[in-house]
Each structure stands twice: as C-alpha cells, then as structure tokens.
Design a binder for this molecule. Sequence first.
Ligand code: ZN
Length: 151
Amino acid sequence: MRKIVKDKNILRQISKEWRVGTFEELGEIVDNMKEVMDELDGIGIAAIQIGVPKRIFLAGKGDDTKLFVNAKILERSPFEKKHWEGCLSCDNIQVRTSRPSYVVIEYDTIVKGAWVRMKEKYKGHDAAVIMHEFDHMNGYLIEDRGKVYRP
Ligand SMILES: [Zn+2]
C-alpha cells in the first residue's frame, strides 16, 4: 500500500496535467489514493499526496467520492468564509483558512467507463474542500492559507 506523503519537498511541487492515458493507469493511481484516504478517514486527497505529481484529486466519502481530473476554476466568489482545516499530509495542525464562499469549476471525470467534462458550482464547506485539493496541485499547503493552530 502507498503511504501518505508528508515531505514538503514533494508536496511543494506543481502537478502536471493528466494527459488522458489508459484507464488502467489512472485506475491504479485512483485506487491507491482512495485506499490511503479511507485508511486515514479523509474527505479529500490529491495525487501528489501519494507522490504522483498529476492534476488528479478525490473529494467526498465512501460511495460519494468524486474524481476530479485537470480541474480548472472558472469563477470564484469575491466573498470569503472562514473554515477550520486539517490536512492528511500535515500532522497535528489546524488552520483557520479563508476560502471563497463558492467556486465554479470545470473538470474531467469518468462516468460508466467514459470520459465526461463537468461544470459544477460548489458552496460553503464543499468549496473549501475543492480549494484545499486545488491548492495541493499547485504546491500550496494549509499553512499558507491562514493562522496555524497546534492543538
Ligand atoms: Zn491536504
């Protein structure tokens, strides 16, 4: 089983676009991500967190986990909301972040074995999760996004 990456030299990398490869290749990465996320009881994980610098992330829990490939932000609310965030890659810290109250994103995903381009709006806590994972793809961590608390 893959392990969660905590090494900042890896986490600070900027992930590259996933150039639509084989389903097997993507499937293996996604299965590994899901396994690590579930093991740690997370609600989101980016590929870089298992050491794969590609623009792929998962968000959600259990059967509601969604796959986001090459996500782009089309629109973000000018208003921000405060959230408490932790991160599977950052031990023992909670950060008081500010995130846009909504975001509109476009991404590729797989539905019934075929690629589909989606455009969706996420609000509140869901928008924070999306922005958190989006940050991972650009090498940002929660400590960059607000005051750090060590409970
Ligand atoms: Zn994280």
